[in-house]
Every structure is written in structure tokens, then in C-alpha cells.
Design a binder for this molecule. Structure first.
Ligand code: NAD
Ligand code: IPM
Ligand code: MN
Length: 360
């Protein structure tokens, strides 16, 4: 019997709504597979907590999370608390404290009807974006000088260390080699004359160890165009923290929206827990209505299972997502359907049972 401990941080807005459905999936797996069990510990951190306690998480919150096998997070940020406080003090703090330097964001078309692009089939949009997740433009250092004066100057420092840049690029080469796919680096050396020139150099240097991997290198502006005009170009993609944030929302846009986009924040050395979360935010515009799409959060469960070494289950969950979403009655309003969050979760659990029986 294998047992995994999971810290739940449902967070704000639609976060708790979609996490409930992901937990439903994990509990269904537990029912079906006598070899597997999970325990859940919920942490009430987020914007409401901040309004009551004056902080986004407990002072020793990072220590409280340290010994879990994984963290499952909904979304953070809500009107009423400045975004740079809520996000930096909770979500970004966890990514940074646990050195989750790899952000794995698949951009995969589940069904041709989900893309706004013309004439695209599943095989045309199938990439894995590997986003640097610990430094770069998110380093959080800078300065605010002469506040309110005419000579006011604001600096936001991008930090690209040799260690941080090499390790993410090496990780991406390894993934490309393992998957036998091409690797594309997205950068911006023509304007960012320190950080991105360095990035490009490291991409080339590390590449010498991977002569079997075919590489491409695009500027982020052109790459953003190609995501939309020509997504077939991309297989494995590696990019910096900020560019990765932006291009993966474009990736979501071409595959059905944020309701279908997942991301895993990985510490590959397993010195600390990794964190699994949908790419989307707290969606204040639909929060509390019961219509949030839980598929992104359920897809995060698939990534978590892969990370646990339970790849069979990871695949069953992903296959179930594919099977479920071909039927319009299983879709939430963002995908043109009428189903509620809870209904999608319930149907998912039923289909998962069927898939599991089929597999055995
Ligand atoms: P958002 O992702 O919350 O919403 C963008 C749009 O996508 C909205 O129209 C929303 O309704 C829709 N959407 C998002 N998830 C959906 C789902 N599961 N089902 C259906 N529709 C969905 O982004 P935003 O509005 O820019 O940000 C809202 C708040 O969330 C901000 O405070 C922001 O900082 C925060 N945020 C947090 C995370 C995170 O915690 N990982 C990610 C992004 C944004
Ligand atoms: C994401 C989010 C976060 C990021 C924000 C909320 C800090 O947009 O996970 O994509 O920029 O990484
Ligand atoms: Mn984002």
C-alpha cells in the first residue's frame, strides 16, 4: 500500500470550488485502487485569512508544508487585497521557498472544437512548456526612488543566475531527449542585452551535450505570433519565468481557455514538496456561481499522480478528461456548456470508474 500526504491550499474565489472536484477524483482513485491512499490536510490561507489575520499564511507556514508529499493549490488573489501582496506572500513564496524551479505546463488540444484557430487537430497543438519558476523577472528585487517626485524612478531587477539558468535549460534538454521531441527556447536577446543574451548563450552551451536534440530559438514576440499562427512548430519549449507566464496563457487561449490549463511546480531533487495547480486565477467574475471549469484542477491531479510515480493513474485521469469533454453535456459555460462545477466532477468520477474497469 502506498500512501501520499497532500496539503490542500484551496485559496480564493473559484480556488476552493475546483479543488473540491480534484479531491473528489483522488478519493475515487482511493476507492478503486486498494494499493493507493491519500490523506488531506487543509490550510485556510488566502485573502480572507489576510483580512482577518493581517497575513496570507501562518508565519511558520512554509515549515508546516515542508513534509507533505505534495501541495494542491487552487488560486490566490482577490479584490480587496493588493495582488502583489497576496501573490508574493503565498503562491510565489511557496514556489520560491521550496525551490520549485520547474514549471511544467502542457499545451495540448483535447478536441478540435476547443480551439479558436481554424483547421487544427489534436496533433497540431501538443507541446510541453517548461517555464523557469524561481528567478528571472520574478526575483522580487528592485527599488522605488524619489516616490511621487518628478525624478521618480522604479527598478525591477531580473535575476538570471548561472545555476538557475543552466538547471532549467538542462531539464528541458533532458525532457526533449526523453520524449524524442524538438526543443525551442523563447527569449529576447535583441532588447534584453544582459539577461537574454546570457540565456541564449547557456542554451547553446548546454546544447553541445545534446547533439541528438533538434533545437530552435525564437524571440518572444515572434514566438507569441507562432503560438497562434503555427502552433505545430512547438514541441518542448523552455523559457524564462515571465515569458513562460505569458506564453502559457496564449497556450490556454488556443486550446480552450484557462479552464483547461494545468501547471506543475516541481522541485526535481525532491528536497521539498512540489505543488500542483491550475494555471488560472481566482476568477472573481464567476466565483460563487458554481460554474468554474474544474478540468484544469483535475488535470493537475494527473500531473501529481505522474510525479508520485503513479503514471498509470496519471494517464487514466488524462484519458478520462479526453473522454469526458467530447460530450457537450459535460462542459461548463466557458466551453459553451451548461454543466456546473460539481456536475462535471461527479460525471468525471463515474467515467473514471468505467475507464479503470476497461484498463484492467
Ligand atoms: P483569472 O484566471 O482568474 O481569470 C481570467 C478569465 O478566465 C476570467 O474571465 C475567468 O472567469 C476565466 N476563468 C479562469 N479560470 C476559469 C475556470 N476554471 N473556468 C471558467 N473560467 C475561468 O485571471 P485574472 O482575472 O487576471 O485574475 C484574478 C485574480 O487571480 C488576480 O488576483 C490574479 O492575481 C490572480 N491569479 C492567481 C493565479 C494563481 O493563483 N495561480 C493565477 C492567475 C491569476
Ligand atoms: C500563474 C500566475 C502567477 C504567475 C501570478 C498569479 C503571480 O499568473 O501561475 O501563471 O505569474 O506566475
Ligand atoms: Mn499566469
Amino acid at each position: 500500500m502506498k500512501h501520499f500526504t497532500i496539503a490542500l491550499v484551496p485559496g480564493d474565489g473559484i480556488g476552493p470550488e475546483v479543488i473540491a472536484e480534484g479531491v473528489k477524483v483522488l478519493k475515487t482513485i482511493e476507492e478503486l485502487d486498494s494499493e493507493l491512499s491519500f490523506s488531506f490536510t487543509e490550510f485556510p490561507w488566502g485573502c480572507e485569512y489576510y483580512l482577518n489575520q493581517g497575513k496570507m499564511m501562518d508565519d511558520d507556514g512554509i515549515n508546516q508544508l515542508r513534509h507533505f508529499d505534495a501541495i494542491y493549490l487552487g488560486a490566490v488573489g482577490y479584490p480587496g487585497v493588493p495582488d502583489h501582496i497576496s501573490l508574493r506572500d503565498l503562491l510565489l513564496r511557496i514556489r520560491k521557498s521550496f525551490d520549485q524551479y520547474v514549471n511544467l505546463r502542457p499545451v495540448l488540444l483535447l478536441h478540435p472544437s476547443f480551439t479558436p484557430l481554424k483547421d487544427k487537430a489534436e496533433k497540431d497543438i501538443d507541446m510541453l512548456v517548461i517555464r523557469e519558476n524561481s528567478e528571472g523577472e520574478y526575483a522580487g528585487t528592485g527599488d522605488w526612488l524619489y516616490k511621487g517626485k518628478p525624478e521618480e524612478v522604479v527598478l525591477q531587477t531580473g535575476v538570471f543566475s548561472r545555476k538557475g539558468t543552466e538547471r532549467i535549460i538542462r531539464y528541458a534538454y533532458e525532457e526533449a531527449r526523453r520524449l524524442n521531441k524538438t526543443l525551442t527556447s523563447i527569449s529576447k536577446g535583441n532588447a534584453l542585452n544582459y539577461s537574454m543574451v546570457f540565456w541564449d548563450e547557456v542554451f547553446e552551451e548546454v546544447g553541445k551535450e545534446y547533439p541528438d536534440v533538434t533545437t530552435y530559438s525564437y524571440l518572444v514576440d515572434a514566438a507569441s505570433l507562432y503560438f497562434v499562427s503555427d502552433p505545430e512548430r512547438f514541441e518542448v519549449v523552455v523559457t524564462s519565468n515571465l515569458f513562460g507566464d505569458i506564453v502559457t496563457d496564449i497556450g490556454a487561449g488556443i486550446t480552450g481557455g484557462l479552464g483547461l490549463a494545468t501547471g506543475a511546480n516541481i522541485n526535481p531533487e525532491k528536497d521539498y514538496p512540489s505543488m500542483f495547480e491550475p494555471v488560472h486565477g481566482s476568477a472573481p467574475d464567476i466565483a460563487g456561481k458554481g460554474v468554474a471549469n474544474p478540468i484544469a484542477a483535475i488535470w493537475s491531479v494527473s500531473q501529481m499522480l505522474d510525479f508520485f510515480g503513479e503514471e498509470t493513474w496519471g494517464k487514466v485521469v488524462l484519458d478520462t478528461i479526453k473522454g469526458l469533454t467530447v460530450e457537450t453535456e459535460n462542459l461548463t459555460p466557458d466551453l459553451g456548456g451548461k454543466a456546473t462545477t460539481n456536475e462535471v466532477g461527479d460525471r468525471f468520477a463515474e467515467k473514471l470508474k468505467e475507464k479503470w474497469v476497461e484498463k484492467r
